[in-house]
Design a protein around this ligand. Structure first.
Ligand code: SF4
Length: 216
């Protein structure tokens, strides 16, 4: 069975997951696309479930703007990069405001989906976005400055890959708009732009269904 068919079946099973009683469904997934590049977000917010896609609101607008600078529009990114997350359901609001941080149990439960995706896709480049996602690959990293702006080898689910960490693009975070975050973000994006897996996406002439495109 082809990887594309396997990842389509995986995403269909994931969308039916009801493993976490405190999570608010629907399960939010990206497109079931076969890609050498995987993005790992944190967890969907309030808007993503109803809109049926990850990074559907203001944080997404900022993040897709970053990727457009290095060659992929939002539409192309969604069609060419596999979009995963630490948790795929909205955790709800925290009593003191903001979104609830998923519990350790929820992260562990959802990590089984992520491990399966790693094994299926064998990504060559992984982009963890935000502290929760970064901590899955680099639990020892205490601050964003420790990891953003460098390309590192990492492993998850028994699969090894290059990882380039990105800050969370949320409007609530000022990290990427102030120094040293501003410079480190520019450096991280330049490293993504130069990575061979990313560059292969820019010349891809295959859509998410595996069909040849007339023009990439
Ligand atoms: S957060 Fe993950 S493991 Fe929990 S219900 Fe949603 S998809 Fe399933």
């Amino acid at each position: 069975m082809s990887v594309l068919i396997q990842i389509k079946r995986h995403v269909a099973r994931l969308r039916a997951c009801e493993a976490c009683p405190d999570m608010i469904r629907p399960v939010v997934t990206g497109q079931p696309v076969e890609s050498p590049v995987m993005l790992i977000g944190q967890a969907p917010g309030l808007r993503e479930g109803p809109m049926g896609k990850p990074f559907a609101w203001t944080a997404g607008k900022t993040m897709f703007g970053w990727f457009e600078h290095i060659g992929l529009t939002e539409e192309k990114f969604r069609n060419r990069v596999y979009m995963a997350a630490v948790c795929r359901c909205f955790p709800g609001k925290a009593p003191k405001g903001g979104d609830r941080v998923p519990s350790r149990d929820e992260v562990e439960r959802c990590s089984r989906w992520l491990s399966a995706e790693m094994r299926l896709l064998q990504p060559r480049l992984v982009l963890p976005v935000g502290k929760l996602a970064i901590s899955q690959l680099f639990p020892e990293a205490e601050q964003l400055v420790d990891v953003v702006g460098t390309t590192r080898r990492a492993s998850f689910g028994g699969v090894d890959f290059d990882a380039i960490c990105l800050p969370h693009p949320s409007g609530a975070s000022t990290w990427h708009r102030m120094e040293p975050g501003k410079t480190l973000l520019v450096r991280a994006l330049a490293q993504i732009a130069q990575h061979e897996a990313w560059r292969s996406l820019l010349v891809s002439n295959v859509d998410l269904h595996g069909n040849e495109l007339a023009h990439a």
